[in-house]
Design a protein around this ligand. Structure first.
Ligand code: PLP
Length: 432
């Protein structure tokens, strides 16, 4: 469109779409169809053989979803993206696209509870071992790796700890070994750019800030297009050996005419084809609607959260506030390096009264919703120990940073005075 790079505000409205070729519709229509009429048998055969790219069946791709994929890839600075039905599916596929039974990955411990369960139990049952290390220690990823290690995994801004992962340091250690870093950037879209720091793959729960309005579950995997899979044939066999499920295609070679997209091409043609967690076109539309205003919303989430931090710090019953802005030393340095566009909309705090006070506080809220979600336009709160992290053992809860009195807030876009008034009255009633 332009001969210079466009800004995020512009890409969020324009990338991947101009107008509907048949009707001129400006907004990407919801192509609510399962299938697509082939022109003739040659056309059909070419599509199936990947000699030509195009629509076959909505489990594999859809024009509405395609706009969302292109737009997020453009905003993220990636080569291509794959939309899936949820953030969980994105995390699972991102790993399964490189690792099979007998292989392992190394992951930081600081993870969303659902990802922890996926890694510690479900992938393990499938024969993929996940080795957990402290993400603050980049060398720990090297120590935990062996010749069956296929990827490393971290969250940019993991809640509840909200300690930013040293993406650059970890990615730089992995690249010479042929080990790509997968980064879950769900809590920090636009404000952190993992590809700029050497991440190979970015995953999102688009359910959160990207959708932004709490209407639709979705996930996204973005391929940075910079990882040299071909240079590491032993380390990355799934992308470098013939795939019997696709006439012996070697994905690092098959992708070449299409661009540096071997990873995401395999994820679509093999995992989405066979495991089938496709995003519905209607959800793709809803998430696109949210994405259009993400560059406006993220700064306001960050601004309101900073004011909530200051308010909580002024309250005597709050024993600890958790937010990148209150960290010091190396944690603060890493946050400053990675969170270049703001410090996020999530705030944690601990109450002196422990679990009882935490639960009483949640019950006393009037404006905040008590829900298991983050990144909504509305302000949200939850007590993780009794909800999102309740399926973890006490030991696992401690490792992921969940204490009995911890309360997680996802600060929304309401007027800051109303947000603070609700927090104030709930603290008064819970601890008064
Ligand atoms: N990753 C992070 C950081 C999350 O917070 C979540 C959901 O809370 C997920 C992944 C999973 O996403 P979804 O709920 O869309 O499956």
């Amino acid at each position: 469109m332009a001969d210079r790079p466009l800004h995020p505000e512009t890409l969020a409205l324009h990338a991947g779409w101009r107008a509907d070729p048949s009707t001129g519709a400006v907004v990407p229509p919801i192509y609510q169809t399962t299938s697509y009429q082939f022109r003739d048998t040659d056309h059909a055969a070419n599509l199936f053989a990947l000699r030509e790219l195009g629509n076959i069946y909505t489990r594999l791709g859809n024009p509405t979803t395609d706009v969302l994929e292109q737009r997020i890839a453009a905003l993220e600075g990636g080569a291509a993206a794959l939309a899936v039905a949820s953030g969980q599916a994105a995390s699972a596929y991102a790993v399964q696209n490189l690792a099979r039974a007998g292989d392992n990955i190394v992951s930081g411990t600081d993870l969303y509870g659902g990802t922890w369960n996926l890694f510690a139990n479900t992938l393990k049952d499938m024969g993929i071992e996940v080795r957990f290390v402290d993400p603050a220690d980049p060398e720990a990823f090297v120590r935990a790796s062996d010749d069956r290690t296929r990827a490393w995994y971290v969250e940019t801004l993991p809640n509840p700890k909200l300690i930013v992962a040293p993406i650059g340091e970890i990615a730089a250690l992995g690249r010479p070994l042929g080990i790509p870093l997968i980064v879950d950037n769900t809590a920090a879209p636009l404000i952190a750019r993992p590809f700029d720091h050497g991440a190979a793959i970015v995953v999102y729960s688009t359910t959160k800030y990207i959708g932004g309005h709490g209407t639709s579950i979705g996930g996204m995997i973005v391929d940075g297009g910079t990882f040299d899979w071909e240079a590491f044939p032993d380390r990355q066999p799934l992308l470098n050996t013939p795939d019997p499920s696709y006439h012996g295609a070697v994905w690092s070679q098959a992708a070449k005419p299409l661009g540096p997209i071997a990873y995401i091409l395999r994820a679509r043609t093999v995992l989405l084809r066979d495991l089938g967690a496709a995003l519905s076109p209607t959800n793709a539309f809803q998430i696109l609607q949210g994405l259009e205003t993400l560059p406006l919303r993220m700064p306001r989430h960050c601004e309101n959260a900073a004011k909530v931090v200051a308010f909580l710090q002024s309250r005597p019953e709050v024993t600890r506030v958790i937010h990148p802005s209150v960290q010091t030393g190396i944690q603060a340095e890493r946050a400053a390096r990675v969170l270049t566009g703001g410090q996020g909309g999530l705030v944690g705090f601990e109450l002196a009264g422990g679990s009882g006070a935490g639960r009483a506080f949640i019950n006393a809220l009037q404006l905040f919703y008590h829900v298991a979600n983050i990144g909504d336009a509305r302000s949200l709160a939850i007590h993780p120990a009794s909800t999102t992290h309740s399926q973890l053992s006490a030991e696992e809860q401690a490792v992921t940073g969940v204490s009995e009195g911890y309360v997680r807030l996802s600060i929304g876009l309401e007027h800051i005075d109303d947000i603070i008034a609700d927090l104030g009255q709930a603290l008064d009633r819970a601890t008064g």
